[in-house]
Design a binder for this molecule. Structure first.
Ligand code: FDA
Length: 306
């Protein structure tokens, strides 16, 4: 672990800092990355985002769930999101993490929870994206996804593929057989070189390859990155291949590269913002700062690029 990451995590783990940041953190800067602690506040924020022509994927924050009661509460919260989106006529789908729904407690229990959420999405003709977590949870996530596809079809549920993993081209190929709507990301977890490219250049190259592979096969693709060079390369490819803008969307995190998000909308691209909200924002916020050695710099940079 790098020194800067270690430092941020050590400071973030300090009890006094935790209580101070939890109390005042929203004012100090977390509100830049988190759309509020309540659904009401988040919905107001989303309305403003929608008004700028951007779509949203809403994430009710929560993680490290090891009690069934908490996983059930997270499931109920996700179900309510679909009601709220429908009632307020908001342009948003929902992103969830399976560990929040009890994956680490019992995969069968987790399946029951996510199955209810996908059924609700289907009822409203909406969509659930299952975020991808670290590699020990990858196979089980894909197994659960396949069961959901058997049950509900491919229009209401999709997942995420990480370009830092060697196996991703093959996973993409398999999921393409079921016409799965995929979000392509670089990957946010610390993975060993046995499973992941250690070199950023390879991760970026694989990113382009995965997007092109999935789109060339005719499958809807969400391009989730803030990497402008990569976005520009892909835009040129879309032009030469005459890929219809309705067949893909760009995705970025709330509070990151907002200017670029709006610019892409003005150019006629579909853009979706990943909007996290909820009381459990502290780990998400510190991860934005600490998850990668260069993130502290990105955070600083993003303050000036907004
Ligand atoms: P990368 O980290 O390579 O940086 C490239 C360039 O992007 C930088 O030079 C900088 O210019 C710009 N940039 C990046 N971050 C910035 C910031 N915070 N502020 C300003 N500029 C910045 N991961 C995962 O493992 N599972 C998942 O399910 C998801 N889901 C997800 C959804 C969405 C909508 C996004 C945008 C990302 C994810 N991720 C994810 C996270 C993803 O894997 C990755 O860690 C981050 O997006 C950072 O990688 P980038 O591709 O953005 O650029």
């Amino acid at each position: 672990m790098s020194l800067s990451r270690k430092l941020v995590l050590t400071v973030a783990g300090n009890r006094l800092i935790t209580s101070l940041v939890s109390k005042y953190g929203m004012k100090l800067g977390a509100s830049r990355f988190v759309a509020g602690e309540t659904l009401g506040t988040a919905l107001e924020g989303i309305k403003k985002i929608n008004d700028q022509g951007l779509m949203v994927t809403l994430d009710h924050l929560g993680e490290s769930v090891y009690k069934k009661k908490e996983a059930t509460a997270a499931t109920e919260a996700a179900l309510k999101l679909f009601d709220a989106i429908h009632e307020r006529k908001i342009n948003s789908n929902v992103s969830v993490k399976l560990t929040q729904l009890g994956l680490d407690i019992d995969p069968t229990f987790c399946y029951e929870n996510i199955n209810r959420i996908v059924a609700k999405a289907k009822e409203y003709n909406n969509f659930v994206r299952i975020d991808m977590e670290d590699t020990p949870r990858l196979e089980i996530t894909l197994d659960i996804l396949n069961r959901l596809l058997d049950q509900h079809g491919h229009e209401h549920v999709g997942t995420v593929i990480q370009s830092y993993l060697y196996r991703s081209a093959n996973d993409c190929k398999e999921l393409a057989k079921r016409d799965v709507n995929l979000r392509i990301v670089k990957g946010a977890y610390k993975e060993p070189t046995e499973v992941a490219f250690p070199d950023k250049k390879d991760v970026d190259q694989n990113y382009i390859k995965l997007v092109q592979q999935h789109l060339s096969g005719g499958h809807y693709t969400a391009i989730a990155t803030h990497d402008e060079a990569l976005i520009n390369d892909l835009k040129s490819w879309f032009d030469t291949q005459k890929i219809d803008k309705a067949r893909y969307e760009f995705q970025m995190l709330y509070g990151v590269r907002s200017k670029l998000q709006k610019q892409l909308v003005e150019e006629g691209y579909r853009v979706r913002v990943y909007v996290p909200y909820g009381k459990d924002w502290y780990p998400y916020f510190t991860r934005r700062i600490a998850e990668r050695p260069a993130n502290a710099l990105f955070v600083l940079k993003s303050f000036f690029q907004k």
